[in-house]
Design a binder for this molecule. Structure first.
Ligand code: GTP
Ligand code: MG
Length: 203
């Protein structure tokens, strides 16, 4: 039998809303991308669906300020969210983003899995570890996606990953699924799409 190709045939921007309760009710599986500002959430979405400018990206943190929903192949959804820990935003705005993300994560009924994006170049950041703990406390399924791996040598990457695993092991007996990606090079795309495909079909 011919192997099923990991292709995305159609992607459609659905809408952009400032609050989770303004999202339409959907009964398709939804996957969200969460992480610090500038970690590469919007870039990863573009890489997955192979559309350069679908989700708006920027070298300046704080680009995505709303919840943006995309429908893929008429059968599943991607949600691009604002980042947390954006230092230049006002305290009020940071709190507003935090609230938006928390409401979304705890109340979105069709949310199947959250990808927590972590910059592979950095040592474990408290804001990310807190977000990961939040997922556990609220029993929200998640995986970790290391981003920007093209910016590191193989040995630096391996070292950073093992430091990260050690930090996670302090609170987690079983480590979550982890992916190693580069939006620049397309690295990790097949693995992520395969993972999503499996979840979509309940394998
Ligand atoms: P906010 O919307 O502000 O929360 O940021 P974001 O997480 O959506 O980040 P975004 O995708 O806008 O990317 C931020 C910057 O990092 C941009 O300049 C991207 O080009 C760059 N970037 C993202 N992913 C990668 C990657 O895998 N490799 C490299 N080299 N650069 C990347
Ligand atoms: Mg963004």
């Amino acid at each position: 039998m011919e192997e099923e190709k990991l292709v995305v045939k159609k992607v459609e921007f659905l809408l952009s809303v400032p609050r989770q309760d303004m999202l339409p009710v959907k009964n398709m599986p939804e996957y969200a991308f969460v992480g610090r500002s500038n970690v590469g959430k919007s870039s990863l979405i573009n890489m997955l669906v192979q559309k350069k400018n679908l989700a708006h990206t920027s070298g300046q943190p704080g680009k995505t300020q709303t919840i943006n929903l995309y429908e893929v192949d008429n059968s599943w959804l991607l949600a691009d969210l604002p980042g947390y820990g954006f230092a230049k935003a006002s305290k009020a705005q940071r709190e507003q983003f935090r609230k938006m993300i928390t409401h979304y994560l705890t109340q979105r009924a069709n949310l199947i899995n959250v990808f927590i994006l972590v910059d592979s170049r950095l040592e474990p950041q408290n804001s990310d570890l807190e977000q990961i703990d939040f997922m556990g406390e609220n029993a929200i399924p998640f995986s970790i996606v290391f981003t920007k791996t093209d910016k590191l040598s193989q040995s630096q990457l391996a070292k950073n990953l093992s430091i990260y695993e050690e930090a996670l092991a302090e609170n987690w007996q079983v480590l979550p699924p982890m992916f190693y990606t580069s939006a620049e090079k397309g690295r990790g795309r097949d693995e992520l799409l395969e993972y999503i495909r499996k979840m979509n079909s309940n394998d």
